[in-house]
Design a protein around this ligand. Structure first.
Ligand code: UD1
Ligand code: CA
Length: 472
């Protein structure tokens, strides 16, 4: 619309129906909090909604486990309407009456259909405005329409809809109709509010069906039309665990295809689990059976070998993550090498070109540029400088049973194998710690610290022992 007509632009709200229990999932968790592509169903729908109207004009209708649902998407800034008793999709809109009364049109989204795109929502709205309809519903042709409401058009070519028939109420001939109601609508608010009170619960579920608004508005002489989307997978609802897994699979395949189109190599994408919000830059290589989750970003030229699981981590360029590493909330600078089998727990910051090797566990540490901890080590609550060598089997004793303490290892230090560093303790720049030392006091710069029992050698002891044991 041109700027001069801005004053005449209709006020549009979005209502997201998210109050249902999700009986068919047989779950403690409310339906809209079940995850696909690594985040709750409702988070996907909300993310699409905020790209169509400002968060302030979005109303999530919540009910079952309302507080849990609210906190899952509260960060988006959307509003919430409480439907404390869930008496159907029509009832969901009834409880939102007051919130919606300030608007000209309301777009209604199903909180359990996560693949909807902002483009389709916007097209639905434009179609509704162009058609000057009281109600516009989004439809799609499904090869297997069972379970969905069917769209009964006035005539096959007409945009106008006579009614929507829910699966349980379909007559045999209607069951063959492939055009389904997707569960996304636009209503002109005055017509919606003037007629929604006419809905009844005279149906097999004894619920107020929002779908009945099609027939109700038509009978009231209002215009009801359908806009069919070509992209039917966009409107799939997740009502069962099977549908959840199908949608999750579609979403992840699309994610892999998009990453590959952007220059990432993914071997056997069907074996990889890559969440929707993950970013991977070009020329990185993802080997089979890798999981990359949450808000992880991977810069260019990295290689992630099989069986690694990376959660909410930032990885710089040209990093090699060998097989079987587990990373949670870690930051890895460029050219670092991890694994095989390293476990980087939250707050691990690995410097450029540093090495963390097999069976090394880290937590809340900084490992400086070029430093190495290659074998069988625990490093927790530690600040480790650049060019440090941590010998095999080194352990920072960071916990005294009550509090955690910090170990500081300055630049260029050499920690001999099998050392224990009892925190709080500091090893000064350039110092050496002899193998198998237990370090309980600070070590000055450039010193050598040895904290172990003196070796005793008893010459000939073993042969005497063997001789004394010979049978008589
Ligand atoms: C609904 C439609 C059906 C359509 C399908 C598309 C109705 C009666 N039927 O069926 O025509 O083909 O979606 O996916 O609308 N909800 C509430 N409050 C309630 C009940 C439900 O907020 O009282 C929410 C649910 O949490 C869910 C959404 O509304 O996110 C849809 O409800 P659901 O029970 O999944 O409807 P369907 O049986 O899938
Ligand atoms: Ca549904």
């Amino acid at each position: 619309m041109s700027k001069t007509s801005a004053a005449a632009e209709p006020k549009v709200a979005i209502a997201i129906m998210a109050a249902g229990k999700g009986t068919r999932l047989k779950s403690q968790l409310p339906k809209v909090l079940h995850e696909v592509g690594g985040k709750p169903l409702l988070a996907h729908v909300t993310a699409a909604a905020v790209r169509v109207v400002p968060a302030n004009d979005i109303f999530a209708i919540i009910g079952h486990e309302a507080e849990r649902v609210r906190s899952a998407v509260a960060d988006t800034g959307v509003n919430f309407v409480l439907q404390s008793e869930q008496r159907g999709t029509g009832h969901a809109l009834m409880v939102a009456r007051e919130a919606l009364s300030a608007y000209d049109h309301v777009i209604v989204l199903s909180g359990d259909a996560p693949q909807i795109t902002p483009q389709t929502i916007a097209r639905l709205l434009n179609f509704h405005l162009d058609e000057r309809a009281a109600m516009t519903l989004l439809s799609a042709d499904f090869a297997q329409p069972t379970g969905y409401g069917r769209v009964i058009r006035k005539s096959p070519r007409s945009a106008e809809v006579r009614e929507i028939v829910e699966e349980k109420s379909t007559r045999p001939a209607q069951k063959k109709i492939k055009e389904v109601n997707a569960g996304f609508y636009v209503f002109a608010v005055p017509q919606l509010l003037a007629n929604i009170g006419k809905l009844s619960t005279a149906n097999p579920h004894a619920e107020y069906y929002l779908t009945d608004m099609a027939g109700t508005l038509r009978k009231a002489g209002e215009r009801v039309v359908a806009y069919k989307t070509e992209n039917s997978s966009e409107v799939l609802g997740a009502n069962t665990r099977r549908e959840l897994s199908l949608i999750d699979h579609q979403m992840r395949m699309r994610k892999c295809q998009q990453l590959m189109a952007d220059g990432v190599t993914i071997f056997y994408p069907a074996t990889c689990v890559i969440d929707n919000d993950v970013e991977i830059a070009r020329d990185s290589v993802i080997e089979p059976f890798v999981q990359i989750l949450g808000k992880t970003s991977i810069a260019k030229g990295c290689r992630i070998r099989s069986y690694s699981v990376i959660h909410d981590s930032q990885i710089g360029s040209n990093v090699l993550i060998r097989n079987g590493c587990i990373l949670e909330e870690a930051r890895i600078a460029q050219n670092a090498v991890l694994g095989p089998y390293s476990h980087l727990r939250p707050g691990s910051e690995i410097g450029a070109g540093a090495h963390v090797g097999n069976f090394v566990e880290t937590k809340k540490i900084k490992l400086g540029e070029g430093s190495k901890a290659n074998h069988l080590t625990y490093l927790g609550d530690a600040e480790i400088g650049a060019g440090v060598n941590i010998g095999a089997g080194t352990i920072t004793c960071n916990y005294d049973g009550v509090n955690k303490h910090t170990t500081i290892i300055e630049d260029g230090v050499f920690i001999g194998s099998d050392s224990t560093l009892v925190a709080p303790v500091r090893v000064g720049k350039g110092a050496y710690v002899g193998a198998a030392s237990c370090i309980t006091h600070d070590v000055p710069e450039d010193a050598l610290a040895i904290g172990r029992a003196q070796q005793v050698v008893k010459a000939g002891w073993a042969s005497e022992k063997r001789a004394s044991r010979k049978p008589k």
